[in-house]
Design a protein around this ligand. Structure first.
Ligand code: MF3
Ligand code: CO
Length: 248
């Protein structure tokens, strides 16, 4: 069941979203060769608590951290720890908070120092595919128009989109209906309505779309070990039109 949000609820979600956007901006600045994924997680948690937000991922299905940090061939749900980032890596940072009972959820893939040109292209195209998806969030469209737009660009540029993880509705729960795949047939799926809030999150691979989850039960990696990028934004369809909640 898709839960539509009132204007008052959308205002609260905008506050949660803004907080996530600000924290991701700060994290982007501290990503450098030599820093560990655990360092990023500790900083993020401190900032969340200082701003009066709760880390949304901590405690979610037993997850123990405030961020997911996914490096290179890791697609999503990488666990922060001792791993030291090195020049040429890419790191997907996924961040969620709860503010006044509502969730905000967003992710960015950030280069570590200077990265190879093909990886730069992967990061740019993944971001652009998210933008294409977000642009589909208008009245009259349906859910799979979003995934279709994402897939069209990613595949045109020679990449593949992950099928096993999808975007989602978001509100008082991190994951609400509807699912928002990053692929699909245009003009199908639920109709978009005022009050819907969606987390759109393309995962785009250099190689094939196949992923598997490691023994830690969380970290999703590409089967062919080639790199993957992930961007996510939370967007609301308000009475005044679409509003991306997780950008500064
Ligand atoms: N942002 C991710 C999502 O949308 C991460 C959630 S997994 C968690 O699904 F356990 F870390 F919360
Ligand atoms: Co999400």
């Amino acid at each position: 069941m898709i839960i539509l949000k009132s204007p008052e609820e959308l205002q609260k979600m905008a506050r949660a979203g803004r907080m996530v956007a600000e924290i991701l901006e700060m994290l982007k600045e501290v990503v450098k060769p030599g820093i560990t994924t655990g360092d990023l997680d500790r900083m993020a948690e401190q900032w969340m608590l200082k701003k009066g937000a709760k880390p949304a991922f901590k405690g979610y299905r037993g997850y123990q951290h405030s961020l997911c940090t996914s490096v290179n061939e890791e697609v999503v749900h990488g666990i922060p720890g001792q791993r030291v980032l090195k020049e040429g890596d890419i790191i997907g940072i996924d961040c969620g908070v709860i503010v006044e009972d509502f969730y905000g959820d967003a992710a960015r893939t950030v280069p570590v120092g200077k990265i190879a040109a093909p990886l730069e292209k992967l990061v740019r195209v993944t971001k652009e595919s998210l933008d294409r998806g977000l642009a589909q969030v208008v009245l009259g469209n349906r859910i799979h128009d979003i995934g279709h737009a994402v897939q069209e660009l990613a595949e045109k540029e020679g990449f593949s989109v992950v099928r096993d993880f999808v975007g989602h509705g978001i509100g008082r729960q991190l994951h609400e209906d509807p699912q928002v795949p990053n692929f699909g047939k245009p003009h199908t799926g639920a109709r978009l309505e005022v009050g819907m809030v969606l987390a759109i999150e393309p995962m785009v691979n250099v190689g094939g779309p196949e992923v598997k989850v490691l023994e830690d039960g969380w970290t999703a990696v590409t089967v062919d070990k080639q790199c993957s990028a992930h961007f996510e934004d939370t967007i609301a369809l308000t009475e005044k039109g679409p509003e991306i909640l997780t950008r500064v």
